[in-house]
Structure formats: structure tokens, C-alpha cells
Design a protein around this ligand. Structure first.
Ligand code: UQ1
Length: 458
């Protein structure tokens, strides 16, 4: 029962409520109506509560709506964000190819009016009671819960990084946050000589290819400007480039890793493997080496940093999380391992695959199908997700290597059918990445009508 229905029943109170509500309350003043709505009826119920209005949350909410099984406000989205960002485009901003502001939309404008949007933060989960508590203290109850709030990008995980990226005079930047992404290309343009270092951290991050995409575009920029030449001496190549990654190889999938390692060597990029950035100290990057081998210090003239990432505290500290802090769902059904009416997809999930928007295109239909089956008591969830994900790796201006793979790092290439080996960078893939994916994302994906490699759905 909604609060308005409760109030109109109490006929003696109704005129007073009407009078009070018609007056403009000053900002921050709690009106009579808002006081009574929380005290009289603290929990609002929805058939489905979706936590997060990012790529996964919006895609899943709209795919649910398109099943035709939900009415006005049956589905609620909880997200405090004012803006929704097309984050896969931030590598393009780092390469000077797009403006960060053209990639964002007001979140409200992307939410179908049939969905209820709570612009609040989420405080805690009470899955035993089918309840979530919002940052305001209000509670929502649900029949089914979808947890898709994404992953936290933690600039403070690296000592000195927050200060360095926010200092306009430093050559330290990162494509991984909205506030810092537009600093990247000007630092690349400004560098005329010296050591450039691009980092990739230990641990789970979103889009594990992005740390090197920004490197490849910068390298191409300096090459075209006559400042970089593989194997050239100081005169021919005043800029030197290093990729410092905490991982042992260029990429997690052997097929693409081998192709990228060949590029690295051909292009004269120094590989600092098993180097995990822990501190930015003035113009020196400090890396931790594995197995207690200590630290190394590397002076730089330009540093592109990828911060460490991890589950949001409100997920990590909840009964829904696995030991790593991610929502503990089945790899194939996306159903929670303990709570059968809880689901997760995207960056917040435990799904052991690379965290990308492309992965959402394959995860969302499986989650939606199984959620609806469960809601209707139509039987057990069906395994349907094979780990599909993709990483369109910009390897230079005008070329992309379209890595597509599933669980176990097994390639699953869409354009295999027409005889293309996707480890070969191509111009057609560049236009998919730069022009087609951003367009289809806002035109169709977040509206629930894009199935990734399957094309248009619903
Ligand atoms: C995709 O659908 C998508 O979403 C719009 C991406 O953007 C982030 C992608 O990177 C990829 C690879 C897909 C998959 C689609 C095809 C046609 C391979």
C-alpha cells in the first residue's frame, strides 16, 4: 500500500495534508507528507529492485520491461548518480578522439517512465527479509533483486595518486575516471622528450585491455609527431615508452597476448612485467615486485595510471558477497548461490570473466530469462552464460584488434564466420569501436534491444 492511499483514508487529516503540501517548503525542510510516509509505511514493495543504473542495471531493467510481464513501478532502479557515462568511450577521450561530455547522458533520461527510479544510495542488504535499505533510511522490499552497482575505482589505492592527478601541472593522468580522463591527451601532446610509463595494477579491474589501449594511441601520436621511433637513438626517438603491468603478460587470453607481445617488441616498448605501482612520488613511480622482492623506483616524464579497483563496501560487507567482495552468483545462471531471488551481472558480479559492456550483452538475456522463470515458479534456472566478453583493443589510430572470448580464455570470434582472424588489427573493427558501439549503446543497448554479437533482440 502506498503512502498516499493511507493518507487519503484518514479523512480528518486529508485537508490539513493538502494545505501543507500545496505550500512550497524551503529546501531541506521535511514536509508533513514526507514525515508521515516514512513513519506510517516505511517499506515500499516492488516486484524487482535493480541496484545500479549503469550498463548492466539499465540493460536488464529494460529487457525485463520488454517481457511484457511488468506494470508501472513494478521494477525499481536505485542509483544516486545524476549522469550515466558510456565508459568504453573513455579510451577514445584519452586518444583525443572524443569529448568526455558527448559520452554522458542524464540518468533519468535513459529510464523508461514505467520504471521507478530512486536517486538514492544503497546502504545495506537484508536478503533474509527481501529488503534493501537506502542511504536515506527508507526500505524497499522485493520479490527479486538484481545487484549491479559496478566496481569502485580507487585512486587512493596508490599513494600520492589523488594529489598527482588533480595537480594540473603534473603529467600524471588516468582514463579511468570522468574527472581525470580529459587530462590524458593534453599530457600526451605536451610531452616532447623523456620517459613515458603506462601502468596496469594487480587485482581485478574493468576492461583489462584499456591500460594498453591508451599506450598504443599515445605511441602512434608520438610516432606521427616524429618523437618516437622503435629502436631509434635519443636523436631519432626522444621519447621512450614502458608498459608496467602487475601481470606476467600483455593480456589474459593467450591468443591475443601473443599478438600483443609481438606488437610490443616490434614497437620497442619496454615491458616491465610483475611491476605493481604502489606510489607516485613527485616524478618517480614506485613499483612493488612480487614475492617480497622489494620495490623499484622509475623516474618518469609522463605517467598514465590505472588505479586498483574492488567491490563497493556496501556489497563487500553484505551477506551477498563472496570472499573477494563480489556478488556470489553461479557462473552460468547468474543466480545467487545462497539466495534464489538474488541475481547479479556486470562488474559487481563474481562472474570469472573480463568486466566489459560487451559481456553485459550476453549476461543480461540469461539473467532476465532465469529471473522471470523463478518469479513465475516455472522451474530451475537454466545455464546460459558461457563467459562471453570482448575487448576492442585500439592498437593505433585507425586499427582495432577485436578480442572476443569466453570462460577459460577461449576465443569466440563473431567475424570468424567471414574468415577473419580477430588477432589481426583492422580498420573495420576501429569503426565498430569508435562509431558503431557508442551509437548502438544509447540507441538500443540500454533500452534492452541489443544482443551484442547476436545483433538486435526484443
Ligand atoms: C557490443 O555489443 C558492445 O556494446 C555496444 C561493445 O561495446 C562496448 C563491444 O565492445 C562489443 C565487442 C560488442 C559485441 C558486438 C559485436 C558486433 C561483436
Amino acid at each position: 500500500m502506498g503512502p498516499s492511499r493511507l493518507l487519503t483514508r484518514q479523512t480528518s487529516l486529508a485537508p490539513a495534508v493538502k494545505r501543507l503540501c500545496s505550500q512550497q517548503a524551503p529546501a531541506g525542510y521535511r514536509t508533513f507528507a514526507s514525515v508521515s510516509s516514512t513513519s506510517v509505511n516505511p517499506a515500499r514493495n516492488h516486484k524487482v529492485v535493480v541496484v545500479g543504473g549503469g550498463s548492466a542495471g539499465l540493460t536488464i531493467s529494460h529487457q525485463l520491461l520488454r517481457t511484457g510481464k511488468f506494470s508501472q513501478d513494478d521494477i525499481a532502479i536505485v542509483d544516486p548518480a545524476e549522469w550515466h557515462h558510456y565508459q568504453p568511450g573513455w579510451t577514445l577521450v584519452g586518444g583525443g578522439l572524443k569529448d568526455k561530455n558527448e559520452l554522458k547522458r542524464p540518468l533519468q533520461s535513459l529510464v523508461d517512465p514505467k520504471l521507478k527510479l530512486y536517486t538514492d544510495s544503497l546502504a545495506t542488504f537484508q536478503p533474509e527479509d527481501n529488503t534493501v535499505t537506502l542511504g536515506t533510511g527508507s526500505k524497499l522490499t522485493y520479490d527479486q533483486l538484481v545487484v549491479a552497482p559496478g566496481i569502485k575505482v580507487d585512486l587512493a589505492s596508490i599513494k600520492g595518486l589523488p594529489e598527482a592527478v588533480s595537480n594540473p601541472d603534473s603529467n600524471v593522468s588516468s582514463i579511468y575516471t570522468f574527472d581525470t580522463v580529459d587530462k590524458v591527451f593534453p599530457t600526451v601532446q605536451r610531452l616532447r622528450a623523456g620517459q613515458a610509463i603506462f601502468t596496469q595494477p594487480a587485482g581485478v579491474i574493468k576492461c583489462a585491455g584499456a591500460p594498453q589501449k591508451v599506450l598504443w594511441l599515445a605511441l602512434d601520436h608520438w610516432k606521427r609527431a616524429g618523437l618516437y621511433q622503435p629502436g631509434g637513438g635519443d636523436a631519432a626517438s626522444p621519447i621512450r615508452i614502458a608498459f608496467a603491468t602487475a601481470l606476467p603478460a600483455m593480456f589474459g587470453v593467450p591468443k591475443y597476448s601473443a599478438a600483443l607481445e609481438t606488437l610490443r617488441q616490434e614497437r620497442g616498448v619496454e615491458g616491465l612485467f610483475a611491476h605493481d605501482l604502489v606510489e607516485v612520488d613527485g616524478n618517480t613511480a614506485v613499483f612493488a615486485l612480487p614475492e617480497g622482492k622489494g620495490q623499484v623506483r622509475q623516474p618518469f616524464n609522463l605517467l598514465h595510471v590505472v588505479p586498483k579497483m574492488g567491490a563497493h563496501a556496501f556489497v563487500r560487507d553484505s551477506p551477498l558477497a563472496n570472499a573477494a567482495g563480489f556478488v556470489d552468483v553461479d557462473d552460468a545462471t547468474l543466480q545467487h548461490k545462497k539466495f534464489a531471488n538474488v541475481w547479479s551481472a556486470g562488474d559487481a558480479s563474481s562472474l570469472p570473466t573480463s568486466k566489459t559492456a560487451a559481456a553485459i550483452t550476453a549476461q543480461a538475456p540469461v539473467l532476465v530469462g532465469n529471473l522471470v522463470r523463478t518469479m513465475e515458479g516455472a522451474g530451475e534456472s537454466r545455464p546460459g552464460y558461457d563467459g562471453y566478453t570482448s575487448c576492442p583493443l585500439l592498437t593505433e589510430y585507425g586499427k582495432v584488434m577485436l578480442a572476443e572470448f569466453k570462460y577459460g580464455g577461449v576465443p569466440q570470434e563473431t567475424f570468424n564466420k567471414i574468415g577473419w582472424d580477430q588477432a589481426t588489427p583492422r580498420r573495420a573493427f576501429y569503426h565498430l569501436k569508435k562509431d558503431f558501439f557508442p551509437w548502438v549503446y544509447y540507441k538500443s543497448m540500454v533500452k534492452g534491444t541489443w544482443g551484442g554479437p547476436k545483433g538486435w533482440i526484443n
